[in-house]
Design a protein around this ligand. Structure first.
Ligand SMILES: Nc1ncnc2c1ncn2[C@@H]1O[C@H](COP(=O)(O)OP(=O)(O)O)[C@@H](O)[C@H]1O
Ligand SMILES: [Mg+2]
Length: 468
C-alpha cells in the first residue's frame, strides 16, 4: 500500500487505465469470438440439414435403391467435404454406402420419420477425438414409388470452421493485447500532459518566499478543477501575507516606540556622567529616568498582554458584573483628572455584563482615560451601560474635533495615535484601543467607534455577549 501511494499519479492512473482496457477488451474479444462461433455452428447445422433433405428428395425421385447401389461413387463424392460422413442403409442392414473417413461411430439416434421435416433439434452433438465439433443426424427416406425405406446417417465435421475459428481467436488475442498496450502507453502520455498544470502550479508555489509573498498562483493558467485549489492557495497566501506584514509592521513600530525612551535614557545618563554633579542633580536625572523606564515597562506590559491574547486559547473566567456599581467606581476614580481638564461625567447604568472583571475594567478604563485625555474641555463625558437583546453594552462618549472615517478605522490599530496626542501626552503609546479590541475579541464580543458630526461627539461601544 505504501509502495502504491508513493507511485506517481500518472503511473498509477495509467496502470488502472490499462487494467480497465484489459477487462473491457477481453470481454469484447470473447463476445466477438463466441458470436462468430455461434454463427459458424448455425451455418454448419443448416448445411447438414440441407444436405440430408437433398438426399431425401433425391431418393424419392429415384426408381429404386438398386440404381444407387450400382453407382456408389456418385453418392460418395457428392456434396460435402472429405471429412463428412454419409451412411446409407436399409433399416437393420449393413450400409450400402458408407463414407466415414474418420471412422467415427455414430451416437445412438432415433431416425426422423418420413414426412417429418428436419430441424436443428434433430441434430446430435458429437466430438471428434481431436476435439473438432461434429453434428450427427439420422433420417428416413422413401425410395421411388415402392415405399422402400432407407436410413440416412450423416455428420458434419467442422474442420474448416475450427481452423477459421482458431485463426480468428489468435487475431482477437493479438488485437486485445495491442489495444491494451496502446491504451496504456497513450493513456500514460495523455496523463503526463494532463497533469502538467499541476507541475506548473507546484513550480509557481515553490518560487514563493517571504521576499515575494505578494506573488500568486496564476488562476487563469489552471484548468477549472485546479482553480479551486489555486484560489484556496491564493487565499491562504493573502492571509499569510497580511499576517506577515502585520508582524513586520508591528516589530518596526515596536522598535520605533522603544528607541525614543531608550535614546533619552542614554543621552541623559551620558550627559550626567560627563562631569561631577551635585546629589540633587543626580536625583533629578534618576527621577526622569524612572519616568522613561515606567513608560517603557508599560509598553512592554501592554505588548505582552496583546501577544497573549493573540493566542486566543486563553480561557476567560467570567462573572456577572453589576454595571451601575462598576461604572460608578470608574467615574469616581477618574473624577479628579477629569476636573483638571474641566470635564465632568454623566452616567446612566443598569443591568449586568457577563465578562471577566479584570479585563472589563481594563477595557472600560482605557476608553475613559481616552475620553478624559481627548475630550473637549468644558464638556461632558457620557457613560452608558445596560443590557441588550444579545448581551450588554458599554458606551463612552465625549466631545472632540472632527475625526474622519479613515482615522476612525485605524484607531484600533496597534501604535496608532492621532497627531495631537503624539506631542501632548507622554503616556500615549497608541496601544490602549488595540487592547480594548483584543479584550473584546477574547470575550467573543466587539468594539466599535463612530463619530457624529451634528453633535461633535465620538462614541465607543463595547458589546459583551450574553452568558452562553
Ligand atoms: N475618546 C477619544 N476622543 C478622541 N480621540 C480619541 C479618543 N480615543 C482615542 N482617540 C484617538 O485614537 C488614538 C489611539 O488611542 P489609543 O489606542 O488609546 O492610544 P493612546 O491613547 O495611547 O494614544 C489616540 O491617540 C487618539 O488620537
Ligand atoms: Mg489610550
Amino acid at each position: 500500500m505504501k509502495f502504491w501511494k508513493s507511485w506517481p499519479l500518472a503511473h498509477r492512473t495509467a496502470l488502472l487505465f490499462a487494467l480497465v482496457a484489459c477487462v473491457v477488451m477481453t470481454s469484447l474479444g470473447m463476445y466477438l469470438y463466441s458470436a462468430a462461433r455461434q454463427a459458424l455452428e448455425m451455418r454448419a447445422d443448416y448445411t447438414l440439414i440441407g444436405r440430408v433433405e437433398h438426399f431425401r428428395n433425391l431418393f424419392h425421385d429415384l426408381y429404386d435403391v438398386k440404381q444407387m447401389e450400382e453407382r456408389p461413387a456418385l453418392f460418395e463424392s457428392m456434396l460435402g467435404n472429405e471429412q463428412d460422413v454419409r451412411i446409407f442403409r436399409h433399416i437393420g442392414e449393413a450400409p450400402f454406402i458408407h463414407v466415414n473417413p474418420g471412422n467415427m461411430t455414430p451416437p445412438p439416434m432415433e431416425p426422423v420419420e418420413i414426412g417429418m421435416p428436419l430441424t436443428p433439434n434433430a441434430l446430435h452433438e458429437g466430438v471428434r477425438p481431436d476435439g473438432v465439433r461434429v453434428r450427427w443426424v439420422s433420417a428416413l427416406a422413401e425410395v421411388g414409388e415402392r415405399n422402400d425405406k432407407v436410413e440416412i446417417i450423416a455428420a458434419y465435421v467442422m474442420t474448416q470452421e475450427s481452423k477459421v475459428l482458431s485463426n480468428y481467436l489468435l487475431r482477437v488475442i493479438v488485437a486485445v493485447a495491442l489495444t491494451v498496450v496502446l491504451t496504456t502507453v497513450l493513456g500514460f502520455a495523455i496523463l503526463k500532459r494532463g497533469l502538467m498544470p499541476l507541475q506548473t502550479m507546484g513550480n509557481q508555489a515553490g518560487e514563493i518566499t517571504p521576499a515575494n509573498l505578494s506573488a500568486r498562483l496564476l488562476r487563469e493558467d489552471a484548468p477549472p478543477e485546479l482553480r479551486q485549489l489555486a484560489d484556496a492557495f491564493n487565499a491562504m497566501l493573502d492571509r499569510l501575507e497580511a499576517g506577515f506584514q502585520h508582524l513586520s509592521q508591528f516589530s518596526a513600530d515596536l522598535a520605533h516606540e522603544i528607541r525614543t525612551p531608550v535614546n533619552i535614557l542614554m543621552g541623559q545618563t551620558q550627559v550626567t556622567l560627563g562631569q561631577e554633579r551635585r546629589t540633587e542633580e543626580y536625583e533629578q536625572v534618576l527621577e526622569s529616568n524612572l519616568e522613561e523606564l515606567t513608560r517603557l515597562s508599560r509598553i512592554i506590559e501592554n505588548i505582552l498582554f496583546l501577544a497573549n491574547t493573540d493566542h486566543a486559547s486563553l480561557a476567560v473566567e467570567r462573572v456577572d458584573i453589576p454595571l451601575a456599581d462598576e461604572l460608578g467606581k470608574v467615574s469616581d476614580y477618574f473624577e479628579g483628572i477629569a476636573e483638571e481638564r474641566e470635564l465632568h461625567f454623566e452616567r446612566e447604568a443598569s443591568g449586568t455584563s457577563y465578562a471577566n472583571l479584570v479585563m472589563w475594567r481594563r477595557a472600560v478604563n482605557n476608553l475613559v482615560i481616552n475620553a478624559v485625555r481627548y475630550g473637549k474641555p468644558g464638556t461632558a463625558i457620557k457613560l452608558y451601560a445596560g443590557t441588550e437583546a444579545q448581551g450588554s453594552i458599554v458606551v463612552v462618549e465625549n466631545q472632540c474635533d472632527f475625526i474622519s472615517q479613515e482615522h476612525l478605522d485605524s484607531m484600533f490599530n496597534r501604535f496608532y495615535r492621532g497627531d495631537k496626542s503624539r506631542n501632548e501626552f507622554t503616556e500615549s503609546n497608541g496601544l490602549g484601543l488595540s487592547i480594548v479590541r483584543a479584550i473584546m475579541g477574547l470575550h467573543g464580543g466587539s468594539a466599535s467607534v463612530s463619530y457624529s458630526v451634528q453633535q461633535g461627539t465620538i462614541s465607543f461601544r463595547l458589546h459583551f455577549p450574553a452568558s452562553a
